[in-house]
Write a protein that binds this ligand. Structure first.
Ligand SMILES: Nc1nc2c(ncn2[C@@H]2O[C@H](COP(=O)(O)OP(=O)(O)OP(=O)(O)O)[C@@H](O)[C@H]2O)c(=O)[nH]1
Ligand SMILES: [Mg+2]
Length: 379
């Protein structure tokens, strides 16, 4: 793929406005600001400067790519001081957010997500949009920044200044990754990106996580591999607003059409992911470009339909509230498990329960009582 030449379908002018747009993700240190420390050797490159709240806000609003990238780094930081500043920045930017369509794209490894995103992104910018591509990969620390490795798959898009590509945030709890990704979406919107594409690999909990932060959720599938092989569960299909059978090119075209019909039949028996919207299957090829514009039309139609019915706005509101309560939940859980009093009796209570000396319900009462009432070291 490295010597990939521009395919015929690539819109004219795409990739023409060259710039280095694949931003580095959080690296090294847990606070994401390793670049500020004099770690080793002579300093190379320009010194990274910390900005004030107002500088971050003004830079993002002005669409300054460097400040945008640094604001996201701030948002992704786990240090308490950075988090506090990030919240101030986001609070200021909030009125400028929300003006995009947020599209989640999932599918098993190798289904063609990155290639598809490049095709979709190029088509979108040719239509006058500004596209931000983010990744959510809560599954491992090793693949962090895997979008960077995908550079060859998004070669043209990554060089176009109408697009902005951001690798996955550094590792952490799923909740932490969710917060970072959601806040990154907001920052990109404030910077004027009107289409946000969120790629996530179809494993574990990440689909549900991404579904909870996007308006439209697209499931990419393969034909000829069988459902079990694809690891596609009914549950995932039920999250999707469209199914797209990818790689519908060459010998695969006919099979892709057959798979489409089959999935459309299956979809009749599933509850729709979005009220008032009928999830359907389509075919596409990120390679030839077939079906790319069609799926954009489907997304337009989705926005129009759900916008009129109010479902679009309703979902955004409930997603925001869900987010609030999932953060509350996380905070409470962390406080519980870090509580000195709870820590003190926990192993003894666990022992009593598994030995059958203490009913689980009583164990819960003891632990909660310890957490709520007893000062940590009193008994
Ligand atoms: N024939 C054909 N091959 C494709 C198409 N889209 C992608 N591929 C190929 O499929 C392989 C995987 O593509 P990627 O875009 O990296 O897939 P991905 O889903 O992003 O993979 P992960 O990031 O590893 O989860 C690459 O070799 C692509 O060239 C397509 O439409 N047709
Ligand atoms: Mg990929």
């Amino acid at each position: 793929m490295s010597d990939k030449k521009r395919p015929d379908w690539v819109p004219e002018g795409a990739g023409a406005e060259f710039t280095t747009t694949v931003m580095k993700g959080v690296e090294g240190g847990h606070d994401g600001f390793r670049g500020n420390r004099s770690s080793s050797g002579p300093r190379s490159g320009p010194k990274r400067r910390r900005f004030s709240r107002d500088e971050y806000v003004a830079g993002v609003r002005a669409g300054d790519r460097n400040i945008l990238a640094q604001t996201i780094t701030l948002v992704e930081s786990n240090s308490t001081a950075h988090m506090a500043l990030a919240q101030e920045v986001i609070k200021e930017l909030l009125p400028d957010t929300g003006g995009s369509i947020r599209i989640g794209i999932t599918g098993v490894p190798g289904v063609g997500k990155s290639t598809f995103i490049e095709a979709l992104g190029l088509s979108l910018i040719a239509k006058g949009h500004r596209v931000a591509v983010l990744a959510v990969d809560p599954s491992s620390t090793v693949t962090r920044g895997s979008i960077l490795g995908d550079k060859t798959r998004m070669e043209l898009l990554s060089r176009d200044k109408r697009a902005f590509i951001r690798p996955s945030p550094s590792s952490g709890t799923l909740g932490g990754v969710t917060r970072k990704s959601r806040e990154t979406i907001l920052v990109c919107e404030a910077a004027g990106f009107d289409v946000i594409l969120v790629e996530t690999v179809g494993v574990g909990q990440s689909e549900t996580t991404v579904r909870s932060m996007v308006d439209f959720f697209l499931l990419l599938m393969l034909t000829g591999a069988g459902d079990e092989l694809q690891g596609i569960k009914k549950g995932i299909m039920e999250l999707a607003d469209s199914l797209l059978i990818n790689k519908a090119d060459g010998d695969n075209k006919v099979r892709a059409q057959a798979a489409k019909a089959e999935y459309n039949r299956a979809l009749h028996y599933l509850a729709p992911a979005t009220e008032g919207w009928h999830t359907q299957a389509y075919t596409a090829s990120a390679m030839t470009g077939d079906g790319i514009d069609n799926i954009l039309e489907v997304i337009d139609k989705f926005r129009e339909t759900t916008g009129k019915s109010g479902v679009f706005e309703q979902r955004r509101r409930s997603q925001t509230l869900d987010w609030v309560y999932s953060m509350v939940e996380e905070h409470l859980l962390a406080s519980f498990f870090n509580h000195a009093g709870v820590k003190e009796i926990r192993s003894e209570v666990e022992f009593q329960v598994v030995e059958g000396h203490l009913p689980p319900t009583v164990a819960v009462q003891r632990l909660i009582q310890q957490f709520e009432n007893a000062p940590p070291l009193e008994n």
